[in-house]
Design a protein around this ligand. Structure first.
Ligand code: 1PX
Length: 215
């Protein structure tokens, strides 16, 4: 049986979640950030089991962040800004090599942050695509320009193989559940700037704190 959550899924909803991530002072609420990722994973699960190794890793990272949020120090994890400050001030982050803190919020979120760049590039390609554009090609181009640079050969190989199992553009748009291709384009146009903004705010924060390369 299909869970009712899956039936309700639309791209619009997911993108709205990312919209609610940013406070007026450009802080990023971790709860909404994580909720946005949950929605993306749900979507990915509709695309078939070849993607389950990817969604497993994403779910695992989402869970680590949720555990921080719900833990005894949860108050420090309300925004990404407060998380970074708290973990760095309290020396809860492995800065140069993996060690005592394999589940720090900072390194865990960085993995999702890098994936968000992939999403931004992929959605931008979708938005400007035409009927005969190939989703697998758009996906791998976006991947090669972003996440791939952080992945070992074996992961790149597995990801590359999975991309070929992506449905074609028309089916892909149907799965997005927004309506006509024109409506898909419109939703993408409205929300891509928001995703870019969340990405940029996080990127700047990580750059300022010199934690863009956490192991
Ligand atoms: C409207 C379209 C929405 C499409 C939604 C797709 C959501 C994609 C979610 C992808 C999340 C991937 C997180 C990956 C994090 C990561 O880089 N992990 C690696 C490093 O972690 P570590 O803890 O070891 O430092 C880890 O090695 C990753 C393993 C899994 C393979 C990751 C391949 C990522 C490909 C991303 C593209 C997804 C394509 C989905 C098809 C639409």
């Amino acid at each position: 049986a299909i869970a009712s959550e899956d039936l309700k899924f639309t791209l619009q909803e997911v993108l709205d979640t990312f919209k609610s991530c940013l406070s007026e002072h450009k802080e990023v609420f971790l709860e909404h950030y994580v909720a946005g990722w949950r929605g993306l994973v749900r979507f990915m699960n509709c695309l078939g089991s070849v993607f389950s190794f990817i969604s497993k890793d994403a779910v695992n990272k989402i869970q680590i962040l949720v555990n921080h949020l719900n833990g005894e120090n949860g108050a420090h994890y309300v925004t990404i800004q407060s998380m970074v400050k708290y973990e760095l001030d309290s020396q809860l982050v492995d800065l140069t090599k993996r060690g005592s803190f394999p589940e720090s919020g900072c390194r865990t979120l960085l993995r999702l942050h890098r994936a968000l760049r992939w999403l931004e590039l992929f959605l931008e390609r979708l938005r400007t695509s035409t009927e005969d554009s190939n989703t697998s090609v758009m996906c791998s181009e976006a991947y090669n320009e972003s996440l791939a640079q952080h992945h070992a050969w074996i992961i790149r190989k597995a990801a590359g193989t999975a991309f070929w199992a992506l449905p074609g553009r028309a089916t892909f748009f149907d799965v997005l559940n927004v309506g006509s291709p024109e409506q898909v384009m419109a939703v993408l146009g409205d929300t891509l700037p928001l995703i870019s903004e969340v990405y940029k705010v996080t990127e700047d924060l990580y750059a300022q704190n010199n934690i863009l390369e956490l192991p």
